[in-house]
Design a protein around this ligand. Structure first.
Ligand code: COA
Length: 167
């Protein structure tokens, strides 16, 4: 793997919205709106201060978003979608976006991140499966794909219940 030195990483702003939507359409197709994680994002807007874009030559080539949520009585951040344009895959852009997202959540005092995704990609980044049946999403989801990252000691403990908007 080599990295693209000219890629810049910035917090997301409203100007990036159209490009991010195009990347999500390319990565996930029309079925993306049926995903349980998308249902959560319809309940709560993502937080641009916890969301990042990768920019190459003035063009958005990757994006990660995070949404403040609650699981049961615990505050948590839901990460996703994460997507990198196909031509730019395999060059560390995804991992760098993941690192920025984690650091931003940590800096904000969040205690855990959850996501729905591939174990093979996220477990090397420290994510671990949440106990089957512990977290209920507002739509069908493969429980084996619900993963969590503690940002403090015990950050995943007691993370159980229905995913809902915060506040
Ligand atoms: C997943 C994704 C964001 C990774 O972005 P990326 O910039 O290519 O990732 P990185 O370059 O940081 O890491 C690439 C590594 O992850 C691996 N990888 C990519 N997708 C993977 C997956 N689904 N499962 C396991 N490993 C995966 C690659 O094989 C590569 O491994 P290597 O470093 O040993 O060669 C990108 O492939 C993508 O947009 N995919 C389509 C959308 C998607 O699946 N999003 C994630 C939702 S679960």
């Amino acid at each position: 793997m080599f990295s693209l030195p000219a890629v810049r990483y910035l917090p997301e702003t409203a100007d990036h919205a159209a490009a991010i939507e195009a990347i999500a359409a390319e990565a996930f197709g029309p079925g993306r709106f049926a995903r349980a994680a998308e249902r959560v994002r319809e309940m709560s807007p993502h937080d641009e201060n916890l969301s990042f874009v990768a920019i190459f030559d003035g063009v958005v080539v990757g994006s990660v978003r995070q949404t403040p949520i609650a699981i049961g009585s615990r505050a948590c951040v839901m990460l996703g979608p994460l997507a990198v344009r196909p031509v730019y895959k395999g060059q560390g852009v995804g991992r760098r976006l993941m690192a920025l997202a984690e650091a931003a959540a940590r800096d904000r005092g969040e205690t855990a991140i959850m996501l729905v995704g591939d174990r093979a990609y996220y477990m090397p980044l420290g994510y671990r499966p949440l106990p089957a049946g512990s977290v209920t999403m507002p739509g069908p989801v493969d429980p084996a794909r619900i993963l969590g990252l503690p940002l403090v000691d015990g950050g995943l403990e007691g993370l159980a219940g229905r995913v809902r908007s915060r506040g």
